[in-house]
Structures are given as C-alpha cells and as structure tokens.
Write a protein that binds this ligand. Structure first.
Ligand code: C2E
Ligand code: C2E
Length: 179
C-alpha cells in the first residue's frame, strides 16, 4: 500500500503556496506546474497567471524591482523581456485589485502588454510552453543600483507600496521672489 507516499506527494505539491516573490524561471515553472496537478486545490480556482511586458524604455528586470507580492503564494519570475506572475487563489475579476496591491504605479504606466491565463488547463498548457525556454532568455534580478523605487518616489513597507511625498518650494526668495 502506497497511500502515505501519495499523501506526501500531494502535500509536497502544496509547497509552492509557501513561496513568495521572485523565483528563478525553472522554480517558477515547476511550482505552478505542481499546483495545477494538485487535486487538493479547487478546480479552476487555484489562481491567475499573468505575463506583463514593460513599456519601451523599462527593462523587465527594472519592472521586477517594482513588483512586491504581499500575499504568500504570489510568485513572479522574469525572462524573455517580461514578468510572469502567479497570484494564488486570485479570481480573474480581481486581477486588477491584486496588481494594484503589488505595484506602486498604475499597471498601464509600467506595462504595455498583458496576457492572462486563469483556468487550470490554460495555465498548465502555458507552463509546458514556457518551461523549456532557452536558459539564455532567463532574466536576472538586478541588485542595488538597478532599483528604480527612487524614480517613482515610492517605498515598500513590507505590507504595501507607499508614496513618499517630497516638499518642493514654489517661490525661492534667493531668486528675487519673482517667477
Ligand atoms: P498573506 O495571505 O500572506 O498576506 C500578507 C499580507 O498581504 C496581508 O497582511 C495584507 O497586507 C496583504 N494581502 C494579502 N491578500 C490581500 C487581499 O486580498 N486584500 C488586501 N487588501 N490585502 C491583502 P495581513 O492583513 O496582516 O494578513 C496576514 C495574514 O493573515 C495573511 O497572510 C493571511 O495568512 C491571513 N489573513 C488575513 N486576512 C485574511 C483573510 O481575509 N482571508 C484569509 N484566507 N487569510 C487572511
Ligand atoms: P479574497 O481573497 O476573497 O479577499 C476578499 C477580501 O478579503 C479582500 O478584498 C480583503 O478586503 C480581505 N482580505 C483577504 N485576505 C486578506 C489579508 O490577508 N489581509 C487583509 N487585510 N485583508 C484580506 P480586496 O482587498 O478588495 O481583494 C479582492 C480580491 O482580490 C481578493 O479576494 C483576491 O481574489 C484578490 N487579491 C487582492 N489582493 C491580492 C493579492 O495581493 N494577491 C492575490 N493573489 N490576490 C489578491
């Protein structure tokens, strides 16, 4: 009888729900693939996968520095010039709500193109498509100086993005006071 081993396998397949944030491409594909075949999770209710291509002038790796998932089970990877997110248990109608929690700027300001998958079979088929992508196309997260948080004037407080207001002086006496 192999029942205990089967249960262990099923429970192992829940492990991705304990991941959060950036994952290397193969880890991401393996994690989402495991969730899709897990019968303990609701059919077609496991979450939403979305691929986001940045607007011209922003590299995918830079956009990644703005991507701060807050919920456990929300994971992201980068490759082939785009971000791919999996948002656990998110419903398709709530996608914009979730993305607004995760990014400090309106999604349309950062990304010009999005593709969404939300049924198990769609997500599983896409994972099969992308998991064998040439490793040369895998993205690498930037470290330190690549962070563009300063550019958008927002900081993450481990819960959510917060804009950081900066005082500006409209009239400077040393200019003579006239504009
Ligand atoms: P978690 O699911 O890992 O979420 C971590 C934090 O992400 C939450 O901290 C919250 O700031 C944010 N977050 C996650 N999902 C949502 C959402 O759908 N809407 C909003 N507005 N924010 C969200 P928080 O609130 O301190 O919760 C800590 C943990 O408590 C959560 O970790 C979760 O495990 C649990 N929790 C809190 N409220 C709920 C709930 O309504 N339903 C469930 N299933 N779990 C909850
Ligand atoms: P849901 O998971 O059914 O959560 C419904 C509402 O319960 C949320 O509305 C929020 O008010 C509350 N809630 C759920 N989890 C948490 C939590 O951990 N902390 C706190 N403080 N509140 C929580 P909200 O925020 O309008 O989100 C609506 C739906 O959008 C959520 O439905 C979920 O499907 C999706 N969503 C929102 N934020 C996230 C996220 O960060 N990650 C994912 N995966 N889905 C999210």
């Amino acid at each position: 009888r192999h029942v205990p081993e089967d249960i262990t396998l099923l429970l192992d397949a829940m492990q991705p729900l304990k991941l959060r944030g950036y994952q290397p491409w193969p880890t991401f594909c393996q994690a989402v693939g495991a969730l899709m075949t897990n019968p303990l999770l609701p059919l077609d209710g496991k979450g939403v996968m979305v691929a986001l291509r940045p607007v011209p002038g922003i590299r995918a790796e830079q956009a990644l520095t703005l991507c701060r998932p807050v919920r456990m089970g929300d994971i992201v990877t980068v490759g082939d010039g785009r971000l791919v997110l999996f948002l656990s248990f998110c419903r398709i109608n709530d996608l914009d709500t979730a993305l607004n929690h995760i990014f400090p700027l309106p999604i349309g300001d950062i990304f010009s193109n999005r593709k969404v998958w939300f049924e198990d079979s769609q997500i599983a088929a896409e994972i099969v498509q992308i998991r064998d992508m040439n490793p040369e196309k895998w993205g690498n997260p930037l470290k330190g100086p690549g962070d563009i948080s300063a550019v958008v004037n927002a900081q993450h407080d481990s819960h959510a993005w917060r804009r950081v207001p900066q005082p500006i002086t409209l009239l400077d006496a040393s200019d003579g006071g006239t504009a």
